[in-house]
Design a binder for this molecule. Structure first.
Ligand SMILES: [Zn+2]
Length: 783
């Protein structure tokens, strides 16, 4: 695979291919373009623009731009200034954003100016409607015009400066997002940007994620996620499920009640083991709606916190669509207001009664408070998975389709009066999904009972009100909503599961998609539930260039360390270390097994030293004897503990690992468990013992930090670095995973490391192939 052996994939993470000396500042002052030896060692300067097939790697910008030409030259930014138009803060923000990103990601500060001083390298950033941007873009005859489409941009990095010209505000932001992906370090304290000319615009206009309102401790992380994940990869909105997660002035009992309800659920304990669902039973052994314990972090935040989030989202071009769940999943209302619950006998009532006017007095108070704080253009009213239909004396005997439609109309009218669009889940309108009412009883438990909503669709069509749908019913949903004229997007979008893309777009007419996370808004959970899928899916929503699925999956894996470096409150040492600080350790003494065994075969891994996106590693040569360490998980003839010869002081250790088979399938870390860190099977641990006898452990979790030996590029884990090396027996690329343990005590010597097998449900055993250590940084690493 020649694409993996490019010359610039050297051992220098986050660094350019060449290591400039102290003369770089002088060169910068001359504002010369430095041709670097990039594609082929020894190639001459000024190689021709590479047009190439945009759907083959490498992908300098992700998602793949509609039109892009890259050269292997660089524009050095040592003397650069960012030029912004005269105007208000919003007019200038795209340029200021670029300055922020340069400072945060590279430690380099570039002045932001309206008039560039002579002799400096200008980077002009703004909307095309601003005269200086128009004139800078107009001077670029070779690059063509700024795309006409909304959110489009023109990006040109030439030999004397650069231009980022957006068709509109978001376009300018997206040009910045692309620009910063072309930047790399130049020496220790300067940066350069790859020369390129890009014209780009989105395929689909709605590119959202679904998240819960973050808890108090996650507010800073939320802003990083907005800027460094959503904006960086050109998402333009988020459905924010709010429920009782904000302190409400009109109903403080709802916020306090929500916190108490979540505490009660934790006290009640997990139901997954007993019921196969993370939901306590309601009356008559019926399942209720899923709990969403992570909304507001299981508690509530202040209104000012939400205002600040909304302001950040607006700055980053992200539309917030609050999801105020109504009718269903309405624990936050029906719990503290049992008098409006459809089934007040439930321990935790999940729905309000649609025949009780008091339900709407409360709901509309709540809606209005969120509308006041978030100023949304659209509101998502939930309405999926209605389970408690026509239980109460007021509703009993009535047509549940009529009840459902009447509820939608009441809420829609309330929003329309405020000029707000109504968005909702579509499952209760789709024949094959929930529309006809279904019941499934097993083991005395009513697993699903959904009221028949057959007449709801016709009633709402007859009412001729505008509805907008999040369709999570597949192509059957597309075929339902398109003829109704109800605009829709794909809800719970998982691009990696799409069989025919963009064919589906052409047939169904979706406006876009929304990638969901059904867990608390925090790094671990988003990393587990959403970030890898979102990184894959955004290319389907934005681009018209589709790499082969394996190539795109590999790309999503390659992006994870970069994403993690940006999102983590403290990036792992390997993500920021100087290239000189990596050391591949010799652990041959620990090897006790050939690289194949009963039901697994890693003998096609490529032996010897390798580099994977900045990470050096080594694979042992099986011709010389045992090449991996495998540990048993229960006492028997093979050891459950294998000593690994690792000692000394290290900032972190990266364990290159795999697994002999499939572990227990993970429990959904979001809505099926209260303890997401336990959702994946523990295969084993690395036991790290210090000189003072303190022992720490690093966990090996199936489907979290390690996959099965034959997974190939098909499993992307936020917490690991995938390492492609060699082949599987069936010819596919082999992937092993580097799982990093960050040492909280880098000044205390480690005296031993032991691989320990954990007893557990599956037969999958951990395999250790190598260890790469990272030294503590030194002062000279920064100079
Ligand atoms: Zn009722």
């Amino acid at each position: 695979m020649e694409r993996r052996e490019r010359a610039h994939e050297g051992p220098y993470p986050n660094a350019g291919p060449a290591r400039p000396g102290s003369d770089c500042a002088n060169m910068a002052r001359m504002a010369v373009v430095l041709a670097v030896l990039l594609a082929v060692a020894g190639a001459a300067a000024a190689s021709p623009p590479s047009l190439g097939d945009p759907s083959t790697p490498p992908f300098p910008i992700w998602p793949i731009p509609q039109e892009a030409r890259y050269t292997d030259d660089r524009l050095l930014l040592t003397d650069a200034v960012i030029v912004v138009p005269k105007g208000d803060a919003r007019t200038q923000y795209p340029g200021r954003l670029l300055a922020e990103l340069m400072a945060d990601q590279f430690g380099v500060t570039l002045p932001v100016v309206v008039e560039p001083p002579p002799g400096r390298t200008p980077i002009v950033v703004g909307e095309i409607s601003s005269p200086p941007v128009a004139s800078a873009a107009g001077a670029l005859t070779a690059s063509g015009a700024v795309p006409e489409k909304a959110e489009g941009y023109l990006l040109d990095v030439g030999d004397r400066g650069a231009v980022v010209a957006g068709r509109d505000y978001r376009g300018a932001l997206y040009g910045v997002s692309s620009f910063v992906q072309l930047v790399h370090r130049w020496g220790k304290q300067s940066v350069a940007v790859r020369r390129a000319s890009v014209r780009d615009w989105p395929l689909l206009s709605i590119r959202w994620v679904h998240v819960y309102l973050p808890g108090r401790e996650q507010l800073a992380f939320a802003e990083r996620y907005f800027r460094d994940f959503l904006l960086r990869y050109k998402f333009n909105g988020l459905v924010l499920e709010v429920g009782g997660g904000m302190r409400l002035d009109s109903h403080p009992e709802i916020s306090a009640g929500w916190r108490r309800t979540v505490a009660e659920w934790y006290a009640h304990g997990e139901t997954m083991d007993k019921l196969g669902e993370g939901i306590p039973l309601g009356t008559a052994n019926r399942f209720a709606a899923s709990l969403h314990v992570g909304v507001g972090g299981g508690s509530y935040v202040e209104k000012e916190d939400v205002r600040r989030l909304a302001a950040a989202a607006k700055r980053f071009g992200l539309e917030i669509v609050p999801e105020v769940q109504s009718l269903t999943h309405a624990y936050y209302i029906a719990g503290p207001h049992r008098e409006v619950a459809e089934d007040p006998d439930m321990t935790w009532p999940d729905s309000y009664c649609p025949s009780n006017p008091e339900s709407y007095r409360i709901l509309f108070d709540v809606l209005d408070e969120y509308v006041d704080v978030l100023e949304p253009r659209r509101v998502h009213i939930g309405h999926d998975e209605w389970r408690a239909g026509a239980f109460c004396p007021r509703c009993r005997g009535r047509d549940t389709g009529e009840l459902y439609a009447a509820d939608v109309l009441k809420v829609q009218r309330h929003l329309a009066e405020r000029g707000i669009e109504t968005w909702m889940w579509g499952d209760h309108f789709v024949d094959g999904h929930n529309r006809f009412g279904k019941q499934w009883t097993e083991g005395g438990v009513v697993r699903y009972e959904r009221p028949d909503t057959r007449t709801a669709r016709e009633r709402l069509v007859a009412a001729a009100v505008p509805l907008h749908i999040l369709n999570w019913s597949g192509e059957e949903g597309d075929a339902t909503f398109k003829p109704l004229g109800w605009p829709f997007i794909i809800g719970n979008f998982a691009g990696s599961e799409e069989k025919d893309w963009p064919g589906r777009v052409g047939r169904g007419g979706t406006l876009g998609g929304e990638v969901s996370s059904w867990g608390a808004f925090e790094e671990f959970l988003l990393g587990k539930l959403q970030v890898p899928e979102a990184a894959f899916s955004i290319n389907l929503l934005w681009s018209s260039h589709y790499p082969k699925k394996e190539v795109a999956l590999e790309q999503a894996g390659i992006l994870m360390p970069e994403v993690r470096r940006l999102l983590a409150s403290r990036p792992a040492p390997s993500l920021v270390a100087d290239p000189m600080r990596f050391e591949v350790l010799d652990i041959a003494a620990a090897f006790n097994h050939a690289p194949k065994g009963d039901g697994w075969d890693l003998s096609g891994l490529k032996p010897g030293r390798g580099y994977s996106h900045g990470l050096p590693y080594a694979i042992a040569d099986p011709a010389r004897g045992p090449a991996v360490a495998v540990v048993a998980r229960r006492p028997g003839p093979e050891p459950t503990r294998v000593p690994i010869p690792v000692t000394g002081r290290w900032a972190s250790l990266l364990f290159l690992q795999s697994s002999t088979g499939e572990g227990r399938p993970s429990i959904h870390a979001g809505d099926q468990t209260h303890f997401p860190h336990e959702s994946s099977e523990l295969l084993g641990t690395y036991e790290i013992r210090f000189a003072d006898e303190l022992v720490l452990v690093h966990e090996i979790r199936f489907d979290e930090t390690v996959g099965p030996w034959n997974a190939g590029v098909g499993r992307t884990y936020y917490l690991t670095r995938p390492v492609l090396t060699g082949r599987l027996p069936d010819g596919r690329d082999a992937v092993v995973w580097a799982s990093e343990w960050t040492n909280p005590r880098p000044d205390v010597p480690i005296v031993s490391v032991t691989l320990v097998g954990s007893p557990g449900p599956s037969g999958a055993r951990p395999i250790l192939l190598g260890v790469t250590a990272v030294e503590k940084p030194r002062v000279e690493d920064y100079r």
